[in-house]
Write a protein that binds this ligand. Structure first.
Ligand code: DGJ
Length: 693
């Protein structure tokens, strides 16, 4: 809902629990008034009438208060917008008008031929404020957007702030860290061309020691799958602003010719007073309602062949795996890398998206048909944005890649990045992938991206750096077009594990590959971090072999591996031909149990009961009358009894029956005194199911 002040210069957006207000001064300065609990328009106007702070000439009256600080004039903060024309740099805007349809507010400004529109939207039943900006060149000369952030967020004045972020690297994504903010700027981002394993584009700030279930938390998340930057600045007077958008630096994002425009990605913000857990649940509900396509449908249990076979694949061997997977209750069978071109190792074949004739002489259809006959859907791996130099595609089009003339072409994993900004490359990929999806009954595409940009040149193009932005737009357009043409096909975003996870890609994919690290213990902390922002509904997790083959050789029980992976979208990724009959039978039981709890895990409210850094960790999902608790014990020490886990979000006056044992517990007792898990020893795990009676 959007309320507007009588003079048409104060605006208030209101969500179920929060409000966001802004004010345009007589000098056309756009100031933030309020972001926090719900307020009335009268409150917002009272805030606007408060006397302005007085500053010495060495400080700016605008810094730390503006909605979208442009470059130039009396400002010293990092500009959200930096524009260069032939004559000058910077912006001095004039307010034109506002528009609203009750859900979205648009504020229009102009500056000498540049049209700037700030967009704000709060969709029904969410406290997430979506912000983005449209920039249009309405003049007759070209102009350059050196920087065009999506939004700048201003926090209220507090004594000190704490910053939460998710950092990582390959196989160790989404590690949660909390530190006190100090004066100056903290910058996170990616200059790699994709979202990156190193940081999820999200920050959270709390000022008064928020806990998991209590206190104010402000969060901001960017929906962009290319290079990006978020800056959290504590200004000299202690005020805090967060600004973020596409691109890592300010050296040139796009050139806008007359008549052209650019729409930034969404930078979403959320205020919550329910602690970090309340904030996560609000983010999850928002993504399920407004970001993830078809989130009301639960994701199937999949098998993926990668860890079982790597590049050494054959049709018969995949069939043998498929038979075992189907017997276990798997619903979607995915053939990973190695099925196409001359792809028998990572040295060749990328770019040639037709089945390897030695491995699949009659194409993919016979295997896909057999998989369907076994009662499963059929999925396939692709990495469309890449090419091996040893491929038909590269031999035919060596100029279709990103490269700098006269310089080395950096090969990571023996591959180069295709220049998706080119129309001919877009057309090639569309034809290849459309043909592939039409050639066999394919239900699922795992879309991988296994190296960063390094030589982002485009010989012959007048403004080559536009490929950073254009690549992402081309990727989104390709995914959108494929989804429209093949609406029954689901897509997974993968980038060597969790290298491309953000609100932008999640708007076009059905789930994400969380990490190449499938060790069930390491996974607990990766999943803990991931869940700060994203819901279990998209978090793919596989049960693989023990000892762990990919990373650390850790030995763990099937029980521990399953309960770890059941916290998200369950998959199986082990070499089933090596599993004993007992293991296969046990796995079948776990898959059956997962299907029973799946609606609660994939649609429910998540409560992180205990974080993984202690010996005992647990999460709870509640959906209607059903509650599921997954608990893990890393190591029991000195024979000490394992603490009960205190549940959250229950009806304190109600009784809950343990679905397995029939035991009845009081809601108030479960919340205050907890539930005994029965865990003991090392790497133990359990699933507890309660139903309100
Ligand atoms: C990286 C992915 O994360 C893996 O799961 C697998 O698909 C390989 N690429 C295949 O090359």
């Amino acid at each position: 809902m959007v309320d507007i002040g009588k003079d048409g210069r104060t605006w208030l957006l209101t969500g179920p629990t929060s409000g966001y207000a802004l004010r345009l001064t007589e000098r056309d300065e756009l100031l933030q008034l309020h972001w926090g609990p719900r307020v009335t328009l009268a409150d917002a106007e009272a805030l606007a009438a408060r006397p302005e702070p007085q500053y010495w000439p060495f400080e700016s009256e605008l810094d730390g208060r503006e909605e979208y600080p442009v470059e130039g004039g009396p400002r010293f903060v990092r500009p959200a917008l930096s524009v260069r024309t032939q004559e000058r740099r910077g912006t001095e805007w004039r307010f034109e008008e506002y528009e609203t349809d009750g859900e979205e507010l648009r504020l229009r400004f102009t500056d000498a031929g540049l049209a700037i529109t700030l967009h704000y939207r709060m969709r029904p039943a969410t406290d997430v404020v979506e912000r983005w900006v449209t920039l249009g060149n309405q003049g007759d000369r070209s102009l350059e957007l050196l920087r065009a952030d999506s939004a700048t967020w201003t926090l209220p004045e507090r004594d000190g702030w704490r910053l939460s972020q998710l950092h990582g690297r390959w196989a160790a994504e989404s590690q949660l860290v909390r530190t006190d903010l100090t004066y100056g700027e903290k910058i996170i981002g990616s200059r790699r061309g994709h979202t990156g394993h190193q940081h999820l584009p999200w920050v959270a700030l709390d000022a008064e020691g928020a806990t998991e279930e209590r206190g104010e938390v402000y969060g901001c998340a960017l929906g962009w799958s290319g290079s990006w930057r978020i800056s959290v600045a504590q200004l000299p007077d202690g005020r805090v602003q967060i600004t973020g958008g596409a691109g890592y630096d300010d050296s040139g994002l796009l050139r806008l010719e007359p008549g052209e425009s650019f729409t930034t990605p969404v930078f979403a913000g959320l205020w919550s007073d329910g602690g970090f857990g309340g904030a996560s649940r609000a983010w999850h509900a928002y993504q399920r309602a407004y970001v993830i396509p078809g989130a009301e449908q639960d994701r199937p249990v999949l098998f993926n062949s990668w860890e079982a076979t790597t590049f050494d694949i054959s049709e018969d061997q995949q069939r043998a795996l498929a038979r075992r997977a189907a017997a276990m209750g798997v619903e979607l069978f995915v053939v990973d890398d190695g099925w196409f071109g001359t792809r028998t190792s990572d040295r060749s074949g990328l770019g040639d998206w037709t089945p390897n004739p030695d491995r699949f002489p009659a194409g993919l259809k016979p295997l896909a048909d057999d998989v369907h006959a076994l009662g499963m859907q059929f999925g396939i791996w692709v990495e469309p944005e890449m090419v091996n130099p040893d491929s038909e595609l590269y031999r035919a089009h060596p100029d279709w890649i990103q490269y700098q003339p006269g310089r080395k072409r950096t090969e990571f994993r023996n591959q180069l990045v295709l220049n998706l900004a080119r129309d001919d490359v877009q057309q090639y990929l569309w034809e290849q992938l459309d043909n592939l999806l039409s050639s066999a009954p394919i239900d699922y595409v795992k879309w991988d991206f296994n190296r960063c940009f390094t030589d982002a040149g485009w010989p012959g193009e007048a403004y080559p750096q536009r490929l950073w932005v254009d690549h992402v737009h081309a990727l989104y357009a390709l995914l959108d077009r494929l989804r429209a043409a093949h609406p029954h096909v689901a897509f997974e975003s993968c980038s060597g594990g969790g290298g491309r996870i953000d609100l932008g890609i999640l708007g076009r994919t059905d789930q994400v590959w969380t990490s190449d690290n499938t060790d069930p213990l390491d996974r607990l902390s990766i999943q803990h971090g991931f869940s700060q922002l994203h819901p279990a509904r998209v978090m793919a997790a596989w049960v693989t072999d023990s000892p762990n083959t990919q990373l650390n050789g850790r030995v763990s029980s099937l029980r521990f591996r399953f309960v770890s992976a059941m916290a998200g979208v369950l998959g199986i990724g082990g070499d089933l031909t090596e599993w004993t009959d007992e293991e296969l039978a046990e796995a079948h039981e776990w898959v059956t149990l997962y299907k029973e709890i799946r609606p609660v895990v994939q649609r429910g409210d998540l409560y992180r009961l205990r974080a993984p850094e202690g010996g005992l960790s647990a999460v709870q999902y509640t959906y209607g009358d059903e509650t599921v608790v997954l608990a893990w014990l890393q190591a029991q020490r000195f024979g000490e009894p394992v603490a009960p886990v205190r549940l959250r979000g229950l009806d304190r006056g109600a009784a809950y029956r343990n679905v397995e044992t029939g035991e009845v517990h009081r809601g108030a007792v479960l919340e205050h005194h907890g539930l005994h898990t029965g865990l003991r020893g090392d790497l133990d795990a359990t699933v507890l199911r309660l139903r309100r009676i």
